[in-house]
Design a protein around this ligand. Structure first.
Ligand SMILES: Cc1ncc(COP(=O)(O)O)c(C=O)c1O
Length: 375
């Protein structure tokens, strides 16, 4: 038998996938602590909240686990009804999924065919290029403004006959910037009715600027707007994987059709139901995060004045590569890690740092001072 030339790429999977970036998860703090011989490391890399699960979640999950030999409710009826009540929308406008990232992927799948275009600002959420490419569509990336936010005028100009989907990440991951009501109104008015606009509001609960619209109340009546939300961030359920979207019934039905069957597990649905009874506690926790965000921003600006205002639970340190080729973002990340603090560098661009507890933020700020000295 003549073997295949193993120096050539395999044809078992699509050749174009080789060019795709990998989604980069935050590093495990246990691993880093072991490596450094420390008792514990601090993880400020994945935009999680630092307080542990909400009251009642662990008990609900444990109880639901007793039914783990049964499939979950495919239509997540109880969960959709609880979300409908929480957000004041009809349950038939809601689709739930295995994290909002899965729903973003499903939205791409229900709107695009190969060759169609998906417009988004860049730098933004790292999943957008991956899910666009895997659906066979083409990414149209519109560079962020000098202030690290969406350039909605340029995004409107980038819409063509091939555009099927637009992501507006508000607040934007990883820069924390947000678009305000007047500019978003103007933008939405220019988008053709048959192009779906996804307002990705994963960090909505941390927004304190009254001019930054809540997509559900501001644009709920626009047929081509979908609001994407998650229970991973403010609601503290990142490990359980529940996201949801609110759209016109036609769009929500299409998404529910393509969701991987049973991808919201028995325990995830139970945990989400328990979390949704804790809205008051979520507000209390978000207020703590916001106060820390503003404190950290102020302290960082003394070291790096270009730090933009964040409306999310993280801050962005713009650290572009120096003319001599020194990658300041990577270097900053390395110094932080060497001191037991895991942040999220984006090579050549900057570093995203999640807001943790006050003690974790103090530890980060102490390291940041040193790390910026090296820059
Ligand atoms: C802007 C944005 N959208 C969506 C997600 C996905 O979150 P999840 O899949 O945990 O709901 C993230 C996660 O980091 C995000 O930053």
């Amino acid at each position: 038998m003549t073997g295949r030339d193993r120096s050539q790429p395999s044809r078992l999977t699509r050749a174009d996938l080789a060019a795709l970036p990998n989604y980069v998860p935050g590093r495990s703090p246990a691993d880093l602590a072991r490596e450094l011989g420390m008792t514990e490391a601090i993880k400020l890399a994945s935009n999680e909240v630092p307080f542990g699960p909400l009251p009642g979640v662990v008990e609900a999950v444990a109880e639901a686990a007793a039914g783990a030999h049964r499939y979950p409710d495919l239509a997540a009826v109880a969960l959709r009804e609880a979300l409908a009540e929480q957000y004041g929308v009809a349950a038939d406008r809601i689709a739930t999924g295995c994290g909002s990232v899965a729903l973003a992927e499903h939205l791409t799948r229900v709107t695009t065919l190969p060759g169609d275009e998906v417009v988004y600002s860049w730098r933004s959420f790292e999943a957008y290029p991956i899910i666009t490419a895997t659906s066979g569509a083409t990414s149209v990336r519109v560079p962020n403004t000098a202030g690290h936010g969406h350039d909605l005028t340029a995004m409107a100009d980038a819409v063509t006959d091939r555009t099927r989907l637009i992501f507006v990440c508000n607040p934007n991951n990883p820069t924390g910037t947000s678009v305000r009501r007047a500019e978003l109104d103007r933008f939405l008015d220019t988008v053709p009715d048959d192009v779906l606009v996804v307002l990705d509001e994963a960090y909505r609960e941390f927004v304190t600027d009254a001019e930054v619209p809540d997509g559900l109340t501001a644009y709920g009546d626009r047929p081509n707007v979908v609001v994407l939300r998650t229970l991973s961030k403010a609601w503290g359920l990142a490990g359980l994987r529940i996201g949801f979207l609110v759209a016109q019934p036609e769009v929500a039905t299409a998404v529910r059709k393509v969701v991987t069957p049973f991808s919201s597990s028995v325990v995830a649905q139970a945990g989400a139901l328990a979390a949704l009874t804790q809205a008051e506690e979520v507000r209390r926790r978000c207020a703590l995060v916001v106060a820390e965000r503003d404190r950290v921003t102020e302290a960082l600006r003394k070291l790096l004045p270009e730090v933009p205002t964040s409306q999310a639970n993280f801050v962005w340190l713009p650290l572009p590569t120096l003319p001599g080729g020194v990658d300041r973002a990577v270097q900053f990340g390395r110094v932080c890690e060497s001191r037991g603090v895991i942040v999220r560098p984006f090579p050549g661009e900057g570093v995203r740092v999640t807001i943790g507890t006050a003690a974790e933020n103090d530890a980060f700020l102490a390291v940041a001072e040193t790390a910026l000295l090296f820059n």
